[in-house]
Design a protein around this ligand. Structure first.
Ligand code: ADP
Ligand code: MG
Length: 140
């Protein structure tokens, strides 16, 4: 299995509850390495651009409002099979459906305020990394 990079965010509900370290430790314990990280308070416009794929969904406004409501940690994670591994350690979108030991099961408060984001495929990972980071900010 090849070494991959994926894009991750620790969402405002989690930064507000001081969970940046706990969530990052869970990612690291799963074998993922943080090769880029910064704290951003994204604008409404940045949130709309990042989540453009969801713009027809009924929750789009709520999602963009939430994501621009406080600080977020944007990260690039590296490791074997990193994209799928991150999705596994995140857990299901709705914390009520998330497996024991996953980040969303442990920390998420609702389907909207679900503590973390993770890319779902190689193409979206590359796009999402490029949305937030320049090459010199990623140090493997
Ligand atoms: P995931 O983050 O698991 O990839 P999606 O890509 O389907 O999930 O949705 C993006 C984000 O939109 C979710 O993480 C969540 O914050 C929000 N979201 C998804 N579905 C709902 C919903 N039914 N109501 C409110 N917010 C939602
Ligand atoms: Mg998604």
């Amino acid at each position: 299995m090849a070494i991959e990079r994926t894009f991750s965010m620790i969402k405002p509900d989690a930064t507000k509850r001081n969970l940046t370290g706990a969530i990052t430790k869970t990612l690291e314990d799963a074998g993922l390495r943080v090769v880029a990280s910064k704290r951003v308070w994204m604008s409404r416009r940045q949130a709309e651009g990042f989540y453009a794929v969801h713009k027809e969904r009924p929750f789009f406004d709520e999602l963009c409002e939430f994501m621009s409501s406080g600080p977020t940690i944007v990260q690039v994670l590296e490791g074997e099979n990193a994209i799928l591994k991150n999705r596994e350690v995140m857990g299901a979108t709705n914390p009520a459906d998330a497996a024991e030991g996953t980040i969303r099961k442990m920390f998420a408060t609702s389907i909207g305020e679900n503590s973390v984001h993770g890319s779902d495929a190689p193409e979206t990972a590359a796009e999402e990394i490029r949305y937030w980071f320049s090459d010199v900010e990623i140090v493997g």
